[in-house]
Design a protein around this ligand. Structure first.
Ligand code: Z5A
Length: 208
């Protein structure tokens, strides 16, 4: 039987890395054969593209270049890692995926959603997330957490209005697909966030 693709999404500082470890642990305890990966990245070549995307450079990266790099990394990731894993029945837990493109390039950069949809169809074909956990947080809270954690990458150096657009685009995706996307309030203490994650996975039919 084909495996499930579970994705974790959200803006800056929402706690994706922290909660990815929690979801991984829940699924492994449930005996799931699990592949854990991330975007952009997840394979040797895609990780090289990630580094191009995240490292601040003197030469600005044009918006279209950024979009195509995101999808180039994804094409490599889907072809060589995600689809083969799903086809052999493994589950894939991915830190960011297609919703991030609609949020960052579609929302943050205001790029044409029709173009994104065409690239989505070309690159993903039949591969779509079964379940998405959207960690949601007011932008100023997330930015304060991100700033306290480490140096800011190329995206994290954007203006607040960029992140407000990212957040709105994510919430619009969740509203459009409530059976796939669970909104998790990422503001309370970690235990409360993780309780919501556990409940969402149960409600979405993932037995843990
Ligand atoms: N990008 C794109 O533009 N288009 C695309 O299609 C894709 C990606 C796929 C890389 O993402 C960038 O790529 C991303 C968009 C772009 N933009 N950026 N930046 P990334 O996922 O690798 O980068 P990230 O957003 O920095 O993710 P992260 O490392 O998982 O960070 P995080 O969500 O902030 O998680 P964290 O490090 O676990 O948490 C942040 C801090 O908050 C940390 O100190 C925690 O201890 C703390 N924390 C977590 N939860 C709590 C609670 N509940 N209370 C208090 N403090 C907490």
């Amino acid at each position: 039987m084909r495996g499930k693709l579970i994705t974790l999404e959200g803006g800056e500082g929402v706690g994706k890395s922290t909660n990815l470890a929690y979801v991984r642990n829940l699924l492994e305890q449930a005996g799931v054969d699990l592949v854990v990966t991330r975007e952009p990245g997840g394979t040797e070549v895609a990780e090289k593209i990630r580094s191009l995307l995240l490292t601040p450079s003197e030469e600005p990266i044009a918006e279209l270049t950024e979009l195509l790099l995101v999808f180039a990394a994804r094409a490599q990731h889907v072809e060589t890692l995600i689809r083969p894993a799903l086809e052999r029945g493994a589950w894939v837990l991915c830190d960011r995926f297609i919703d991030a493109t609609y949020a960052y390039q579609g929302g943050g950069r205001a790029m044409n959603l029709g173009v994104i949809a065409q690239l989505e169809q070309l690159v993903l074909a039949e591969v779509r997330p079964d379940i998405t956990l959207l960690l949601d947080l007011p932008v100023e809270v997330g930015m304060a957490r991100a700033r306290a954690r480490a140096d800011l990458d190329r995206f994290e150096q954007e203006q607040m209005s960029f992140f407000e657009s990212v957040r709105s685009a994510y919430l619009a995706r969740a509203k459009a697909e409530p059976n796939r996307v669970a909104i998790i309030d990422a503001q309370p203490a970690l235990e409360k966030v993780q309780l919501q994650i556990q409940q969402a996975l149960q409600q979405l039919g993932v037995a843990v």
